[in-house]
Design a binder for this molecule. Structure first.
Ligand SMILES: [Zn+2]
Length: 218
């Protein structure tokens, strides 16, 4: 019922670009703003614990606004833009594996504040695009970690230590290719912590994908 209602709304209202307010393209992200996005070269960004980490774009301008709006301004529909950008990138680097998507979870206290985990929403639309299944309940965040952006690498690692557990009620085959998704990766501390946990639990095929990474080359 809700879906039908949303479709009706789509027919009535012309979408405007969230970033420049233009209605020209009838899209949440117009072609002009899209062109400002700096995609990363196709390939592995780095390795963590022997696993491939990918980042789709540079964290600046439009991408920065996108993540902030989706995370803090309740612009939930921007998750479709985020997953679309990730999908575009992913199509150029993916292997033939049928991945299981694992969005990075937030702590239940944060969930209460924000009402939703933006990465869960992104996992849903990314799953529609890739046809991969997602499991939003497999990883659980048990530590309400401090904000990371002003912490150094070592502090980030300490902050995130033992922050996650896996949900033992979910039976996932240890050979299943897992794809962890997050909004930003900078020092890689979050991915690293989750990868270490999954490896300890016997999972063998782990990959991580973030929408953005800070521009450290300039
Ligand atoms: Zn625009």
């Amino acid at each position: 019922m809700i879906k039908i209602f949303e479709k009706l709304l789509d027919l009535i209202y012309i979408k405007y670009c969230y970033f420049c307010k233009s209605t020209k393209d009838d899209s949440l992200l117009c072609s002009k703003c899209y062109k400002k996005i700096r995609f990363m070269p196709y390939g592995v960004l780095r390795k963590e614990e022997g696993c491939n980490i990918y980042a789709c774009t540079i964290y600046d301008g439009i991408v920065k606004d996108l993540i902030k709006a989706l995370k803090y301004k309740r612009k939930k529909n921007l998750s479709a833009v985020m997953s679309r950008l990730m999908y575009e990138y992913w199509q150029n680097v993916k292997t033939d594996d049928k991945f299981l998507i694992l969005p990075v979870p937030i702590h239940k206290t944060r969930l209460k504040e924000r009402k939703y985990n933006h990465m869960d929403l992104t996992a849903d639309s990314f799953s529609e695009l890739t046809k991969y299944i997602s499991d939003k309940k497999f990883l659980i965040r048990i530590k309400d970690t401090k904000k990371q952006y002003n912490l150094h690498k070592k502090e980030r690692e300490k902050n995130l230590k033992d922050a996650f557990i896996i949900n033992k009620d979910r039976k996932i085959d240890k050979n299943t290719p897992l794809l962890i998704i997050d909004d930003i990766t900078s020092t890689g501390a979050t991915f690293n912590e989750i990868i270490k946990l999954l490896k300890k639990e016997g999972y063998k095929n782990i990959t991580a994908l973030a929408l953005a990474t800070p521009d450290i080359w300039n």
